[in-house]
Design a protein around this ligand. Structure first.
Ligand code: PHE
Length: 364
């Protein structure tokens, strides 16, 4: 190789050869990596053209200008060829990569298993829909509830057994007087305190009791509460409303009955029963065909109901001469058991999507 201190050959033929060598090397480069090697060899600091450039100074007299022009043109030609080839290879490589990495968005993909709304949620929505279709509103309240709203305002006496810690989950510290609501009935009080009259509300939601967890009990369960306060409301409106709900849930053939009972916040009070959907009453007085579902009673308990106790209305500042009301509350889990033959409550809390999927659509 010709060093700057040596007498360099800067003849036109020699410069042309340098340029031709560089152009051929660039053309041969098949990748950007190849081109980098060719660039170092033919356009780098120690390339023939760089050395020729450095040799210009040593040339005497008028020949220096000619040589300078030739080498300047040669360097420009090499730089242009390099840039051109770089662009060519670059776009070819990009093209190849785009082809190689192409994603066909129309290909079918393996979808993960689809979930399903939980049957309790679906059933609560469905029961809510029965009422909103009649113009009622959905009311809500907190699950951690003031003891006063869960018990006192509902006319429970201070020594009522439902308040015992064996039934009610108290939130610590005990003197906070906060309980996990044992029923959705405190929403009755909240509705009467918050809403203008007349009131037509249902409240679906979670409720808590200190129960063991087994096939028929869960410590966290769901209820739907209904409350009406208006002028001229009687037990007959309650019966008609419950029958409408029962038919919407179980079909037009369902029979209901009201059985006298006691709740502190309703007077009179009743439990509402459904005609046994398994034996349809055939097991009653018939020891040859006992029914496990209704224990041969012919009826199964669905929920509680009654005419709102005037003491409760008065506690909420409602004029009891003018207004009366009814209320009811029933378990969503029980409703699901009866409606969809879900025999074991544990299935309802374990969160196995197969249970939800098996009832998908059935809840509607
Ligand atoms: N809150 C009662 C219970 O949980 C049910 C009920 C609601 C009774 C409304 C009467 C009126 O057992």
């Amino acid at each position: 190789m010709t060093g700057p201190d040596q007498q360099a050959d800067l003849s036109p033929a020699s410069i042309d050869a340098i340029v031709a060598g560089a152009l051929a090397a660039f053309a041969d480069a098949a990748s950007l990596a190849d081109l980098k090697v060719a660039r170092l060899a033919h356009a780098g600091d120690r390339s023939p053209v760089a050395l020729a450039n450095r040799a210009i100074g040593a040339i005497p007299g008028p020949e220096r200008r000619d040589a300078g022009q030739r080498i300047g043109a040669a360097r420009a030609a090499i730089a242009a060829a390099l840039a051109e080839r770089e662009a060519e290879i670059g776009s070819a490589e990009l093209e190849a990569r785009l082809v190689a990495e192409r994603v066909d968005v129309t290909l079918p993909v393996a979808l993960g298993p689809a979930g399903a709304p939980h049957p309790i949620t679906a059933l609560m929505d469905l029961m809510g829909d029965v009422f909103t279709a009649m113009g009622w509103e959905i009311a809500e309240g907190p699950e951690a509830e003031g003891e006063w709203l869960n018990f006192d305002a509902l006319n429970f006496t201070p020594d009522h057994p439902a308040r015992f810690t064996s039934d009610t989950l108290f939130v610590e510290p005990l003197d906070s007087h906060v309980v996990m609501r044992t029923h959705t009935s405190p929403v009755q009080i909240r509705s009467m305190l918050d809403r203008p009259l007349p009131i037509y509300v249902v409240c679906p939601g979670k409720t808590y009791r200190a129960d063991e967890f087994d096939a028929t009990h869960v410590p966290v369960f769901h209820q739907i509460e209904g409350l009406v306060v208006d002028e001229g409301i009687s037990l007959a409106h309650l019966k008609g409303t419950l029958d409408h709900l029962a038919r919407s849930m179980f079909g037009d053939d369902i029979e209901t009955r009201m059985r006298p009972h006691y709740f502190p916040f309703t007077e009179p009070s009743a439990e509402v029963d459904l005609k046994c959907f398994v034996c349809h009453g055939a097991s009653v007085g018939n020891p040859d065909a006992p029914c496990r579902t209704c224990k041969s009673q012919g009826w199964i308990e669905w929920g509680g109901c009654g005419v709102v106790n005037p003491r409760v209305l008065a506690a909420c500042g409602i004029d009891t001469d003018r207004y009366s009301g009814f209320a009811f509350g029933m378990g969503i889990e029980r409703t699901l058991m009866f409606r969809n033959n879900a025999a074991d409550m544990r299935d309802m809390v374990e969160g196995d999507v197969r249970f939800s999927r098996s009832l998908k659509g059935m809840a509607r």
